[in-house]
Design a protein. Structure first.
Length: 148
């Protein structure tokens, strides 16, 4: 699958976001090593801290669909829903710190330095990064080796 195709899945997923407060819809698409795709979208809550990010929703869907160990790469896109019903926005959307931590956990499970493709809502700009670049010296399972 091309990066454009994976970003298209993320943009399509954003159209199903529940974002009545911020009106900022985010979608995430996760590709497996076999080309399967799992998606998620953000879901806001009136109690703001109880919202769910698109990346966490997609990681949960990926775990159920094919397992974290089979994740190959991830695409994230976000913006507003335009009057034409399409996702729009010029700014490239990157994962928040909490989502980067969740992606890092999936990377440890998969044994791969996962590629994360951040894109704008229009889908015209993409920035690929490895999770190790987005969260250098991240906290993972190896950090728990001294736990009792």
């Amino acid at each position: 699958m091309s990066p454009d195709d994976l970003v298209r899945h993320a943009r399509d997923a954003a159209l199903s976001a529940y974002a009545p407060y911020s009106r900022f819809s985010v979608g995430c698409a996760i590709e497996s090593v076999d080309g399967e795709v799992a998606v998620g979208a953000n879901m806001e809550n009136a109690c703001y801290r109880l919202g769910v990010c698109a990346e966490v929703a997609a990681l949960t869907a990926a775990q159920q669909a094919f397992g974290l160990e089979r994740i190959a790469r991830i695409a994230v896109s976000g913006g507003h829903i335009g009057s034409d019903g399409a996702l729009a926005g010029k700014a490239v959307v990157t994962s928040c710190g909490g989502c980067r931590q969740s992606i890092l956990e999936a990377a440890h499970v998969s044994g791969r330095d996962l590629e994360v493709i951040a894109s704008n809502g229009d889908g015209t700009t993409m920035r690929p990064h490895r999770i190790s670049e987005l969260l250098p010296e991240g906290f993972g399972p190896a950090n728990l080796k001294d736990a009792g």
